[in-house]
Structures are given as structure tokens and as C-alpha cells.
Design a protein around this ligand. Structure first.
Ligand code: XMP
Length: 612
């Protein structure tokens, strides 16, 4: 895709790593426009920028093929800030010296401000804590520069040429570990006089980009210019916002959406999306109820990864079939729309100089090829989740819809435990700190070290004793650490049986309906109790074990997290737990089926957020 430089924006030249997008976000938080471009961007495209930030990157300026920008950018009269690798490249280019550091430095360090800190470090007092991650360092400043900050391990940690508005810092302003990081960036931004950024102006900017990528709107029905966009809408926030944006920019006649109802969605979810679109006058979303097909393909499947694969494959098959029925030919006149957001692209190594960690489903090979051919449009790919949510509200989507908790792609499919036979261990009790718990005859997925585990849950009956609850909380950390059979610890308010009943169970509509109902009860109480905004996610899980023959159980899994990589179990008060537990066990559609309600107390690691 051709880079589109927005006049008056602060351009970030991306030297690799994962820094550029975080810097862009921080610049937006200063209220001005920022744009990320590759370092090799021609100088012509930089001259309308208000400022240039040279990002950090994993390489050394001495590495062969290390990323380079055009040195003429220093002659444009535009303020420039070099960060880490950006500092090294700037130093080398302007005639200073960069040397391999005598030690590699990672982490927090004390920066001492010298010469008043210049305009850049004016808010930092005499010293502040900054976050460093580098091997090389500048050992000689380029001509005209004055030192403004130093540390024990890196003498030339910050320097500036105020007359030319050129600034260089060895540490990372964009990470939260750097005290005053945002103040420093704001000082630079103030020098740049960049165009103001807001979600409205961003929506307009993205709108211009979409038109540039998809082609102008046909002036009349006969006109052939301009492609159409086909988009899969999952029901998640990102694809919903992207679809709305595409509709508003291109018009309904240029966009077609498809939502596949897998039968594994939450109660009322499909209706909620349809109503939100109806309210905005968006009617070009085809909803295909493919639940029969999903349940048929999941018959007799018990293994978590096998379930995931079948759900993914069925999804693709349905999508292909329905697109055919809708006469959509991706090779002719259609682009593929995706709701990819920035964090989805990092792990895949989305930018040229970043390393690949793992492939995201929006970046599988076939799609990557389409991206290279310019056949994919991803209007949200620069944004973080919270920004997407704000944009969604700006576009007119309801608050409750855009601020929903994250929900996994395979839906309730990963929250309905399937098993063909009980998986028991003997002895099936564990006693610790005066409490005796039962080991459940089913296993779930956990994560320890870098590896996946597939182990049992241990359940304690606590009655309504706060003291036993507190003990169980501690055991949730200590037991999985020492007992190789266990990766989760649960509590129940009810007494537990000597032996749980077990019923062989795969994924059926009946089970999905049970879980949907329980999940909806939990959702309602969670909102009544003011917990929704305080939690990252609150999965509700169905287990094929209970008291009577055919009986099943529900597990509540309230979690707090910021990125889902690690997460803390949230401890409901006994009152709230009782309320949820009673509501589930007494509900007319559930009372004959659900014998126990558990609360999962385990952090991630050692457990994962989802059970499968
Ligand atoms: P775990 O269970 O690994 O979940 O701790 C971390 C986060 O990822 C979500 N999740 C998924 N999302 N497809 C998705 O789109 C999946 O297959 C999937 N599995 C887990 C989970 O809800 C949590 O937010």
C-alpha cells in the first residue's frame, strides 16, 4: 500500500521492534496526529510532516542491512527526535560516534539531568527513572549538540541541538516505566505544532485512506471505478467497528457483510449486533445460521484442539459456500475487509524490521498474499483496542456493544468441556492447610513455564466460611506449584460428593443452550453488582460432571488482566457468589441439569483464562 502522509502529522519512522506503534499511541495521547512510515520513505513524503520521530529498533547501526533513512531529513527544518536506535542513527549520520556499549543495559536506570535538561527534559527535575534497552551508545556527540541527560552506564543518554530542534534520547519515553515519559514526548510535540488528533479527525483520515485504497465511489450505476468490500463480521468489537466504518465511508452499495451464527454465541448476541446495525441504517449484513452444521461436525469430538480445528474449518467452509451463494467472487471486483487491530499484527511480525513471534489468524499465508496484492483493507490496523472502542462510539454504535468483554473466536465452544470417559486419579483428595479438596475427574488446559499443561482441577467445599475461602485462595497458588496433577483450584459453597457422576458429553445444542442461559444469568448479576467494568473477562464454563446421572456443573471464572498474557483471578464476595450460584441452580431451564456451581480461583499462569 502506498504510504499516505497526512499533512501536519508527526511521522514516526519505524526502525523495527514494537516501539513505533506505542510511540504513535503516545503521540495521539498528546492530542496530535501521528503516522508510521518505513525508514526508507522518500524524503518528498516527509516534507509536510510537523515533526519526525526516529523509533528504536532491535539492530545495531553497524549491522549489515540495518535500517536507514534519508539523511536529508535533517535539512527539512522539521523537529526530529531520535529514540534508542533512532539516536544511534542520528548520531552517526550527523557526524558523531556510536560505539558498542561496554555492557548491554536493560531496564530501569536513573537519568541525571544536566544543563537544565534543555526544552525536552524541562519537566524531569534533577533526575528521574527511565527505561533503557540497548547495546550501542553514542560516545561522541555530533557538532552543535549539548548533553542534557546522563546515567552511570550511559554517559550520553540525552542530547539536543535546540537551534535546529534536533533531540536524541537513549531511553524509551513511550514505556510506562519511564517517569515523565509522556511529559518528555509532550515537550517534543509542542515544538512541532502538529495537526490536532481526535477520533473524529481520525475517522475522516481513515475514510480518505479507504477511498484511496478501494477507489472512488462510482458516480453513477454505469460507472465501473471502485471495488466493493466483502467482510466477515464475527460479532466481536473490532469487526463490528470496521464494518460500520466501511459502510459509512463507502456506502451500503459498496460493502457486503457476512456473519456466521455458529450456535456457539452468547445469548442475544446475534440480535444485539443486528439491532445496532439496524439503528444505524446498516442493512447489508447477511446473517447465516449455520449452527446445525457446526453441531453436526462437532459430534463425537472430545479433544480441545480438535474442537478448535473443526470450528475453524467449518467456519471457512460456511463462509466460502455462502459467499458463493451471494455471488461474491474475491478474484473479481472485491476486496476483503478485516477488523485487524494493531496488536494483532505485532506477533506476526507485521512491520518489515520486526521479528516474527506467531501468526495471527488475520495474517495466515493466503491472507498475507492478498495483502501483498493490495486486496485487503484493514481500516483499524493502526489502533489499539481502547481506541477502536472510542471510534465505535463515535460512529454511533451503542456503548454496551463496543465496551463488551473480549470473547474468544470459537465462542462457547472452548467453554463447554467435552470428555468421553472420566479421567480420575487415586487418591482423589488433597489435604493442605487443614482443608481437604476433591480432584475432579476432568482435565483442562493450563500454562506453566512456556508450556501447555492438561491437568485436573481441585475443588474445596467452603460452606459460607470466609476463613476457608481465604485459605483456598492461598492454596490456588501453592497447590499447582507443588502438585503435578493439578493446574486449577476451585471452591463451591455446597458440600461435594464422595464421587462425582460423569456423563460422556460432546458439544451439542442442548449443552450450548444450558451454558448460554447460565452465562446470561452471570452477566446480569455481574452488571447489577457493578462488576462489569472492573473485570477483564468473566467466562462461564460447563463441565460434564455432577451429582446425579447426567448432571453437569458450572464454573465461574472472573478475571482481571490488561493483555490476557497473564491474568489474576478475581475473588467474588461470598454474597455475590451465592447470588450467582442460587440463580443458576434455581433457574427453570437449569435446575434439572446443573448440580454444582464452582468458582475458579486460579491465576494465569498456572491456569489459562479459558478452560480449553
Ligand atoms: P487463555 O485461555 O489462553 O486466553 O488464557 C487468553 C485470551 O484469549 C482468548 N482466547 C481466544 N480468542 N480465539 C480467540 O479469538 C481463540 O481460539 C481463543 N482462545 C482464547 C481468551 O478469551 C482470553 O481473552
Amino acid at each position: 500500500m502506498e504510504a499516505t502522509a497526512h499533512p501536519g502529522s508527526i511521522i514516526i519512522l519505524d526502525f523495527g521492534g514494537q516501539y513505533a506503534h506505542l510511540i504513535a499511541r503516545r503521540v495521539r495521547q498528546c492530542g496530535v496526529f501521528s503516522e508510521i512510515l518505513p525508514p526508507e520513505t522518500p524524503i518528498d513524503q516527509l516534507k509536510h510532516a510537523a515533526g519526525i520521530i526516529l523509533s528504536g529498533g532491535p539492530q545495531s547501526v553497524y549491522d549489515e542491512g540495518s535500517p536507514q533513512a534519508d539523511p536529508k531529513l535533517f535539512e527539512l527544518g522539521i523537529p526530529v527526535l531520535g529514540i534508542c536506535y533512532g539516536l544511534h542513527w542520528m548520531t552517526q549520520t550527523l557526524g558523531g560516534t556510536v560505539s558498542p556499549g561496554h555492557i548491554k543495559e536493560y531496564g530501569k536506570t536513573k537519568l541525571t539531568i544536566v544543563n537544565g535538561g534543555g526544552s525536552l527534559l524541562a519537566d524531569c527535575g534533577d533526575s528521574c527513572i527511565v527505561w533503557m534497552s540497548h547495546g550501542d551508545e553514542a560516545t561522541e556527540l555530533p557538532q552543535g549538540f549539548t548533553l542534557i541527560g546522563t546515567s552511570d552506564t550511559c554517559k550520553n543518554a540525552a542530547f539536543a541541538d535546540e537551534s535546529r530542534h534536533l533531540y536524541a534520547i537513549q531511553f524509551h519515553t513511550e514505556v510506562t516505566h519511564t517517569e515523565h515519559g509522556q511529559d518528555i514526548l509532550k515537550r517534543f510535540v509542542d515544538v512541532c505544532h502538529a495537526a490536532p488528533w481526535s477520533i473524529e479527525s481520525y475517522a475522516k483520515h481513515v475514510g480518505d485512506q479507504i477511498v484511496a485504497e478501494v477507489g472512488n465511489k462510482p458516480a453513477s450505476a454505469e460507472a465501473t471505478a471502485g471495488k466493493k468490500v466483502f467482510m466477515l463480521v464475527s460479532g466481536g468489537v473490532d469487526s463490528t467497528v470496521a464494518f460500520t466504518l466501511l459502510n459509512q465511508v463507502l456506502g451500503a452499495d459498496r460493502v457486503v457483510g457476512l456473519m456466521v451464527d455458529t450456535g456457539l454465541m452468547r445469548k442475544g448476541e446475534v440480535a444485539m449486533i443486528r439491532n445496532a446495525f439496524d439503528a444505524l441504517g446498516i442493512t447489508n449484513l447477511h446473517i447465516e445460521d449455520a449452527s446445525e452444521e457446526f453441531f453436526a461436525n462437532l459430534k463425537d469430538v472430545y479433544e480441545p484442539e480438535a474442537k478448535r480445528k473443526i470450528i475453524g474449518d467449518t467456519f471457512l467452509a460456511v463462509q466460502k459456500r455462502v459467499a458463493g451463494e451471494m455471488n461474491i467472487n474475491m478474484d473479481d471486483g472485491y476486496m476483503l475487509g478485516q477488523g485487524t487491530i494493531y496488536p494483532d499484527t505485532i506477533e506476526t511480525g507485521g512491520t518489515k524490521h520486526a521479528d516474527k513471534i506467531k501468526t495471527h489468524h488475520n495474517r495466515v499465508e493466503a491472507i498475507q498474499k492478498m495483502i501483498e496484492e493490495g486486496r485487503v483493507i484493514e481500516p483499524l490496523k493502526e489502533l489499539y483496542k481502547d481506541e477502536v472502542r472510542v471510534l465505535g462510539e463515535e460512529l454511533g454504535l451503542p456503548h454496551e456493544l463496543v465496551w463488551r468483554h473480549p470473547f474468544p473466536g470459537p465462542g462457547l465452544g472452548v467453554r463447554i468441556l467435552c470428555a468421553q470417559k472420566p479421567d480420575s486419579v487415586m487418591p482423589d483428595t488433597v489435604t493442605a492447610d487443614g482443608l481437604t479438596g476433591k480432584i475432579l475427574p476432568v482435565k483442562s488446559v493450563g500454562v506453566q513455564g512456556d508450556g501447555r499443561t492438561y491437568r485436573h482441577a481441585l475443588a474445596f467445599s467452603i460452606g459460607e466460611s470466609q476463613e476457608m475461602y481465604d485459605t483456598a485462595r492461598h492454596l490456588a497458588t501453592s497447590v499447582p506449584n507443588v502438585n503435578q496433577q493439578i493446574n486449577r483450584v476451585l471452591i463451591s459453597l455446597d458440600p461435594l460428593p464422595d464421587q462425582f457422576s460423569f456423563t460422556a458429553n460432546y458439544l451439542t445444542r442442548e449443552r450450548a443452550d444450558l451454558l448460554r442461559e447460565a452465562d446470561s444469568i452471570v452477566d446480569t448479576i455481574m452488571r447489577q453488582e457493578g462488576l462489569y467494568e472492573k473485570l477483564w473477562q468473566f467466562p462461564v464454563v460447563l463441565l460434564p460432571i455432577g451429582k446425579k446421572d447426567g448432571g453437569q456443573s458450572i464454573v465461574l471464572r472472573p478475571m482481571d488482566s490488561t493483555d490476557a498474557m497473564s491474568a489474576d483471578a478475581r475473588f467474588l464476595s461470598i454474597d455475590v457468589l451465592k447470588k450467582m450460584s442460587d440463580a443458576i441452580k434455581n433457574h427453570p431451564a437449569l435446575k434439572d441439569h446443573i448440580d454444582y456451581v464452582f468458582l475458579d480461583l486460579t491465576n494465569k499462569p498456572p491456569a489459562t483464562i479459558e478452560w480449553e
